[in-house]
Design a protein around this ligand. Structure first.
Ligand SMILES: [Fe+2]
Length: 345
């Protein structure tokens, strides 16, 4: 992050509006947020640590800088996501039945159309290059996959919420590193010649890609947004099969040997099982330690978050560069050479 970029942030009390995310302001906001969230996550290289690594670690996790990031985080979150509430309708009377009906219809509606992103990729003259670019855009999320979720796991709650722990440990391969979802994604990147270093592609990340990752961190980090997290998680897990089926076909068509892609790799648990785990806390009124039912306001919160996540996902698809903006040649294995080292963050 360059100091000169900070000038584009403007007034933090003014939320970024729909359509303005692919701007210098949107990019700077989401890079700052991404950085603040990542300072509470563990990043270690697999190689033996050298002196430079220890210095980089001390700098990145400097307590004063971490505190500064946490201090400014609420204002950054309001600027990044505050506008979602103003144009996503979640009014009316909601109960458990209408929430379940909405959750089911949202997925049914989503599955009626092909993924606009996959369609756009396949329509390009160089779909392989476009698919490489997509993998790079997925990297900020998938190379540390499910880290945001870890923020929502701790505490005292009831059996419905414990179902989510199953989703979490599945993401982490039940402790088997080779089955950890981020390990599978890293293998996918290497299989197509892309660097899998966790920040190697940092300066290629679009604001919309960072927004998707940051949204999950935001709703997981703020416990008052927990019901929004439930809706976002449900929509993500339930919509994955439809998207992945299309992406897997596109990958096979573009390059038959991309068999290590996570979308075509069996993970520990099938997606349908994962959705069932998500479904339980979504579809049953949660209980706290006291055993009392939570407020009925949880329904519109979950519903609002499904809508927010759908909007952000479609924004990511729309904000991908046009085919003419993609590199002339696939830059497999070279993308990392074009960016500054992670210590520059
Ligand atoms: Fe995963």
């Amino acid at each position: 992050m360059r100091v000169s970029d900070l000038g584009s942030i403007g007034d933090l009390e003014s939320p970024i509006m729909p359509g303005a995310i692919a701007t210098a302001r949107g990019l700077t906001l989401h890079r700052l947020l991404f950085n603040a969230y990542e300072q509470s996550m563990l990043f270690l290289p697999e190689r033996p640590l050298g002196e430079a690594d220890y210095r980089a670690m001390a700098a990145f996790y400097d307590p004063a800088l971490v505190a500064l990031g946490q201090q400014v985080r609420p204002a950054l979150e309001r600027a990044a996501f505050g506008a979602l509430d103003s144009y996503i309708e979640a009014s009316g009377s909601w109960d458990l039945g209408s929430l379940i009906e909405y959750l089911q219809s949202a997925i049914h509606e989503y599955e009626q159309s092909p993924s606009s992103l996959v369609v756009a990729i396949e329509a390009t003259p160089r779909p392989r290059a476009a698919l490489l670019y997509l993998l790079v855009q997925q990297a900020p999320d998938f190379l540390s996959e499910a880290s945001a979720m870890a923020r929502a796991m701790l505490g005292c709650f009831g059996p419905a919420q414990s179902e989510l722990m199953k989703v979490f440990i599945d993401e982490y391969g039940y402790g088997v590193h080779e089955k950890k979802h981020s390990t599978l994604f890293a293998a996918c990147m290497r299989s197509v010649g892309l660097s899998d270093g966790v920040h190697d592609h940092y300066f290629h990340y679009l604001a919309s890609s960072l927004a998707l990752v940051n949204y999950f961190h935001c709703v997981c980090a703020n416990k008052q947004a927990w019901f929004r997290y439930l809706g976002a998680l449900y929509f993500t897990e339930a919509s994955i099969p439809h998207f992945n089926r299309q992406l897997s076909r596109a990958l096979r068509r573009a390059s038959g040997h991309w068999s290590t892609h996570r979308t075509s790799t069996n993970t520990c648990t099938s997606t349908s099982t994962t959705v069932r785990w998500c479904w339980r806390p979504c579809s049953r009124p949660p209980y706290g330690c006291t055993g009392r039912r939570s407020s009925p306001r949880s329904s519109p919160a979950s519903r609002r978050s499904v809508t927010s996540k759908r909007w952000l996902t479609s924004t990511t698809s729309r904000r991908s560069p046009s085919p003419t903006a993609w590199p002339r040649r696939p830059r497999a294995g070279r993308l990392c050479a074009d960016v500054a080292p992670p210590t520059s963050r």
